[in-house]
Write a protein that binds this ligand. Structure first.
Ligand SMILES: O=C(O)c1ccccc1NCC(=O)[C@H](O)[C@H](O)COP(=O)(O)O
Length: 219
């Protein structure tokens, strides 16, 4: 068994081709206009075609209303929804039911109590995504994609009722250690395969996916 991989913030055909050819499991599209990785549903549809059915596509939304999610689902044809805002467990359950798609809920982690909050999503989400908390001293910080890590030790030895992904500040250089310490079986990377925010580097995507292929989840 190998580590599952998601490359997030795909916004070019070259990046999607690298994700596809490198054998990633998931590609994420950011539907959050302030992000430098933002794509429209129409752009995402074109990028999904590049994946040619070999990569599952994930729509990343932030506290989005139903009509916005509906337009993304209908136009982009994604296979999973990632809720990356302050959605409550009730809202997660509602989105999952309404759109009949698997839902991954992101949880911002900085301290042990954040994992207690994560537990409130176990019954309503199909997957959990543990990400670093955006920096408090930067009011303009994005909800995700900030190239920041959290203490992976917080996850060590914890068991969850749902599959989960590790994200936040991962790259080809620290992936092995992050997986070893946290016990992750799935990882999500964005900034670590970029030259600048929103500028994916296909060679870095390839290197990350090769590094992930050499890793195996701890038992
Ligand atoms: O990446 C963004 O611009 C973004 C904007 C708004 C909400 C979520 C966003 N990214 C979500 C992701 O899944 C990222 O891959 C995750 O936060 C890790 O990012 P990074 O630390 O840059 O690898």
């Amino acid at each position: 068994m190998t580590i599952e991989t998601k490359i997030c913030g795909i916004n070019s055909a070259e990046a999607m081709a690298a994700v596809r050819d490198g054998g990633a499991d998931f590609a994420g599209f950011i539907f959050y206009p302030p992000s430098p990785r933002y794509v429209t549903p129409e752009m995402a549809r074109g990028l999904r075609d590049v994946a040619a059915g070999r990569v599952k596509t994930v729509a990343v939304v932030v506290d989005a209303a139903d009509d916005e999610i509906a337009r993304i689902v209908e136009t982009a044809g994604v296979e999973m929804l990632q809720l990356h805002g302050k959605e409550t467990p009730g809202r997660v359950a509602e989105v999952r039911k309404r759109f009949a798609l698997p839902v991954m809920k992101s949880v911002a982690v900085a301290a042990p109590e954040d994992l207690d909050r994560a537990a409130t999503y176990e019954e309503v989400a199909d997957r959990l995504l543990f990400d670093a908390k955006p920096p408090k001293d930067r009011p303009d910080a994005l909800p995700g994609g900030n190239a920041l890590s959290f203490d992976w030790q917080l996850l060590a030895g914890r068991t969850w009722a749902r599959p989960w992904m590790l994200s936040g500040g991962l790259n080809a250089g620290n992936l092995a250690e992050a997986v070893r310490i946290s016990g992750a079986r799935a990882v999500d990377v964005s900034s670590g395969v970029e030259d600048a925010p929103g500028v994916k580097n296909p060679a870095k995507i390839g290197a990350l996916l090769r590094a992930a292929r050499d890793l195996h989840p701890i038992a």
